[in-house]
Design a protein around this ligand. Structure first.
Ligand SMILES: [Zn+2]
Length: 213
């Protein structure tokens, strides 16, 4: 399971990518044999051997009960007990397939994602990062598209100096500015991303020691 124990925690703007959240996949639970009523397990997430957080799972006949501690914005740790009901849908090839019913929207889902509460990706407003080009990539592509239009090499280190013959000066100035802005924004985002990544690492180490103490 890619979501467990992976080391990528940073998030983009307010729309976090799925990979940066703790997740519980009902198919994974089934494979592990955790879906039988009465079974209980503790899931831990961490990175590079450091344990960040753990969550207690208990399966009852019609629901999954979650027990964990949540810390919001560096505040006090709050103990949370939550439950997610199951629903069963007959499969085409026979038998029933078990799903979660998201407590937030009653959607039938296979995966719930952490935050303060475990909910489906719609409730968390998550997007799959693989389904969209990341913002930095888009900026680079934008800058390169402009360069092609201006007849300049794609290499971003080559300055844009000359206006194509049949282009208005105004258009040229605007396009050159747009290309510059895209690259400047790209630099800012990459820098922020590194900072966020470092901050999460620090936060993770801090949480671990708090949880033990
Ligand atoms: Zn939902």
């Amino acid at each position: 399971m890619g979501g467990y124990g992976s080391g990528d925690w940073y998030r983009w703007n307010t729309k976090a990518t799925v990979e940066s959240h703790y997740e519980i996949d009902i198919r994974w639970m089934k494979k592990q044999g955790y879906l039988h009523p009465g079974s209980a397990a503790t899931l831990s997430w961490g990175s590079h051997g450091a344990k960040y957080n753990s969550i207690g799972l208990r399966v009852e006949t019609d629901r999954l009960v979650l027990n964990y501690h949540n810390q919001q914005n560096g505040g006090a740790w709050e103990r949370i007990e939550d439950e997610i009901f199951f629903t069963w849908i007959p499969c085409n090839y026979g038998g029933n397939r078990q799903w979660f019913l998201c407590p937030g929207c009653n959607r039938r889902v296979a995966i719930v994602y952490g935050g303060k509460y475990y909910r489906c990706r719609h409730c968390h407003n998550l997007t799959y990062s693989s389904q969209r080009e990341s913002k930095p990539d888009r900026l680079i592509r934008k800058a390169q598209k402009i360069r092609v239009r201006l007849g300049v090499r794609r290499n971003l280190l080559v300055p844009i100096l000359f206006k194509p013959k049949n282009m208005h000066q105004k258009t040229f100035d605007r396009l050159r500015r747009e290309a510059d802005d895209a690259i400047n924004l790209w630099c800012t985002i990459i820098w922020r991303q590194r900072q966020a990544s470092l901050a999460r690492l620090r936060e993770g180490l801090f949480s671990t020691s708090t949880a033990r103490g």
